[in-house]
Design a protein around this ligand. Structure first.
Ligand code: OAD
Length: 253
């Protein structure tokens, strides 16, 4: 894919860049997205039916096992060229914020440092009743395992539907989206709020907004640039073109 020259030219002068990522960014690492067709046993369930406190209360074993399956997938997955290109972008721009809806930690494993996790992290576990983070527990054969402090169920430290968003992260994300020159919406279907509102807030605040997604989303028509392609292909090309435009004219020693 050719990255529009105008985009590279404008991005070359940007001081502050904010990126919102969704499940599509990890798709090329083999982590399934939520709304693309699921395969295997879990194809029978909609994420909205599993990722809620009421689903957990109704069938804690089913929900725990779904996350166990995702946790194992993530542990075996590796960051892909999209994650690495975003880590590279953090080094290029004076101000760079990476907001992610992903709970897989792949951005950090690729070298990104300033990551705002809006939906938690699947590698952490907490007590369902008390909300305290629990890092070790006895294997008693219970599924889900029991909290060592209170005996309640353990659950992943992720944000479920029907639950409040983490306040500090939401504040940081809103501020980063409304105070940037450039905003990228990458690999997200932009249907789950409040994260889905961030590209529009960036747009209203005057940022140039770019979407990267192989398929159109409800936001596509509003983006200044919509790059229809896989993040693992488009982002490395974008970083390459950007580096060439910034440093290409310099004489090498
Ligand atoms: P979705 O599964 O809703 O959307 C994934 C998006 O990634 C789709 O728009 C795809 O077209 C796009 N996509 C697929 N492959 C891609 C690739 N290689 N490169 C770029 N884009 C690609 O995932 P999210 O938008 O992240 O929340 O979903 C948002 C939230 O809904 C999730 O964080 C999760 C979910 O239910 C909770 O669990 C609270």
């Amino acid at each position: 894919m050719t990255i529009p020259a105008e985009l590279i030219q404008r991005l070359g002068t940007a001081k502050s860049v904010t990126v919102l990522t969704g499940a599509g960014v990890s798709a090329e690492s083999g982590v399934p997205t939520f709304r693309d067709a699921q395969t295997g046993f879990w194809a029978k369930f909609r994420p909205e039916e599993l990722a809620t406190p009421s689903a957990f209360r109704r069938d804690p074993r089913l929900v725990w096992e779904w996350y166990e399956w995702r946790r194992k997938l993530v542990a075996g997955a590796k960051p892909n060229p999209a994650h690495r290109a975003l880590a590279e972008m953090e080094r290029i721009f004076q101000q760079f914020h990476l907001i992610t809806q992903n709970v897989d930690g792949l951005h950090q494993r690729a070298g990104s440092r300033n990551v705002i996790e809006l939906h938690g992290n699947i590698t952490r576990t907490k007590c369902f009743d008390e909300g305290t983070i629990v890092s070790t527990w006895k294997d008693t054969g219970d599924v889900p395992p029991k909290c060592p402090a209170c005996g309640g169920w353990l659950r992943p430290d992720v944000v479920w539907f029907e639950e409040p968003m983490p306040e500090a992260e939401m504040k940081q994300a809103a501020s980063a989206s409304t105070h940037c020159d450039f905003f990228f919406s990458i690999g997200t279907s932009t249907v789950v709020f409040p994260a889905a509102a961030l590209p529009g807030e960036a747009l209203q605040s005057g940022a140039t907004v770019v979407e990267i997604n192989p398929r159109p989303t409800p936001f596509t028509a509003r983006a200044h640039f919509a790059l229809a392609g896989a993040a693992g292909v488009v982002l490395p090309e974008l970083v390459k073109a950007l580096s060439a435009s910034r440093f290409g004219s310099r004489v090498s020693p």
